[in-house]
Design a protein around this ligand. Structure first.
Ligand code: SIN
Length: 489
């Protein structure tokens, strides 16, 4: 019932390469499971090395066509893709909730968010400016031109099955590159629906491809291919490091959006109601399964108890249940392993002196659901301090001075996002500069948007998605020095 689509062709059990739908994988099939009930919702082909390589060869041909397509036509094609996403928003949201589990209201939000990257890059395509530089000699002219890097690849995660694709693919396509996407095996159907809409939007064969298969096989072929020029990956730091090593032989250009361990710092002059609102937006979106989720709440002593009480009271109101229920705000985690990780962090925190002030040990609710948990007494010795929990658990630590709060916030090797709440404007500037992260929310819990450069530092990776910087990740610079050409022949 919840799976009825207005346009059933958007649910494709085949992957897409060279403008063709591929139903048979030489490595068999991958079954895709609804995390809310464990039922198989469909299957996609598992391509073997030869099939992936053939699609890469076709993407090289697609690149030749696409880079010679006028900017106006490229931009118009992207714009049609954006329009089609909006036209089919409800179906795309249903597919997403079905395979990923997030609340349907959030899936609709993700479709808007994902489409906004396409709209942004449809416009940015027109602004691939170069430079004319004053030359050393009077008869020289120096021109710098950004050019598309060529065939590009993306390996994308399950937590944002549409947006993590569009913000890579739209940037690549705007720059004039072709792209092959390998979506997560948990959530391929959102990616394949995007391929269907890309086909309808009119991308030439080989320009936008979605290949399904095992991460090991597809990752190996993507990284070992000399035809491929770039890999963009969103996922764990551990896998990012391996992919970087695998890309070393071919010196692929890389963008890596890796793990986070965001601090959420509440100073004693913060508006606590705003801070709680921001905390819920940042931490409990996607049931805590977001790379930019706050993982550690650090609260100044004078407001600690009040903040914890307000946070717990607000979290009690979040309805936990099935993603297709319009009122539900927290749903199933992606799988049992995800629940086990929250359990492990919970047990470790309590064993090391933490106190659970809201919720209970995860694992009691059906269908991998976990209700919000708040733990006080967070310390640097706990596992939760070292690793992303990726679930709806908020551990809180008390700190004394402003500098203590900043030091604690920066005390991890990660640097994706950081958040803080304060009202003194000097403090707001000071802290925004002191926090070591690629993105900082200053009195703001919802920081993601297509206009801003999204990305991290240190162990959270490098490269930026969205903003003016997003398209440059798929371009290389060519400097041409024009000299004297001699007398005309
Ligand atoms: C992520 O979890 O990495 C993506 C979150 C976002 O784009 O807001």
């Amino acid at each position: 019932m919840s799976f009825a689509l207005n346009d059933s062709k958007l649910f494709r059990e085949a992957c897409y390469g060279n403008g063709q739908w591929i139903s048979d994988g030489n490595d068999g099939h991958i079954e895709v499971v609804n995390p809310a009930n464990g039922e198989v919702i469909g299957r996609v082909p598992s391509l073997d090395e030869g099939q992936v390589s053939a699609s890469i060869a076709a993407a090289a041909e697609g690149f030749e066509v696409w880079k010679n397509t006028s900017i106006a036509d490229r931009s118009a094609c992207l714009r049609r893709w954006f329009d089609l996403m909006h036209e089919h928003k409800e179906d795309l949201a249903r597919i997403m909730t079905l395979e990923q589990g997030k609340p349907i209201t959030e899936s609709r939000g993700e479709i808007d968010y994902a489409a906004s990257y396409i709209e942004w890059f449809a416009e940015e395509a027109k602004r691939g400016y170069g430079q004319v530089i004053p030359a050393v000699k009077p008869d020289q002219r120096i021109v710098v031109r950004p050019e598309p890097v060529g065939v590009t690849t993306a390996i994308t995660p399950w937590n944002f099955p549409a947006a993590m694709i569009t913000r890579k693919a739209a940037a690549a396509l705007a720059a004039g590159c072709s792209m092959l996407v390998k979506p997560s095996g948990n959530t391929p159907f959102s990616a394949l629906a995007l391929a269907e809409l890309g086909e309808r939007a009119g991308f030439p064969a080989g320009v936008f491809n979605v290949l399904t298969g095992s991460s090991a096989v597809v990752g190996e072929v993507f990284t070992r291919s000399g035809t491929v020029k770039k890999l963009s990956f969103t996922g764990s730091t551990e896998v990012g490091r391996k992919l970087m090593a695998m890309c070393a032989d071919n010196l692929h250009k890389l963008s890596l959006e890796l793990g986070g361990n965001a601090p959420f710092v509440v100073f004693d002059d913060a508006d606590l109601d705003l801070a709680v609102k921001g905390a819920i937006a940042a931490k409990f979106r996607n049931t805590g399964q977001t790379c930019i989720c706050p993982n550690r709440f650090l609260v100044q002593a004078a407001v600690h108890d009040e903040f914890v009480a307000k946070l717990a009271a607000a979290l009690k109101e979040l309805k936990v249940g099935d993603g297709f229920d319009e009122e539900v705000k927290q749903t199933s985690l992606i799988n049992e392993k995800a629940v086990e990780k929250v359990q492990r962090h919970y047990d470790d925190a309590l064993a090391k002196g933490g106190k659970c002030v809201l919720g209970e040990r995860p694992g009691k609710l059906p269908h991998n659901r976990v209700a919000p948990i708040v733990i006080t007494g967070l310390s640097q010795q706990m596992q939760i301090w070292q690793e992303e929990t990726f679930g709806p658990m908020a551990p809180v630590m008390k700190f004394d001075s402003e500098q203590d709060g900043i030091d604690a916030a920066n005390a991890t090797p990660f640097g994706l996002a950081a958040y803080f709440y304060a009202s003194n404007s000097d403090r707001v500037w000071r802290v925004s500069e002191a926090l070591q992260a690629g993105m900082v929310g200053a009195n703001e819990g919802a920081i993601s948007n297509a206009m801003a450069p999204f990305g991290g530092i240190d162990q959270s990776g490098f490269g930026r998605e969205g903003g003016r910087e997003g398209m440059a990740e798929y371009q290389q610079l060519k400097y041409v020095c024009f000299g004297e050409s001699g007398p005309a022949a």
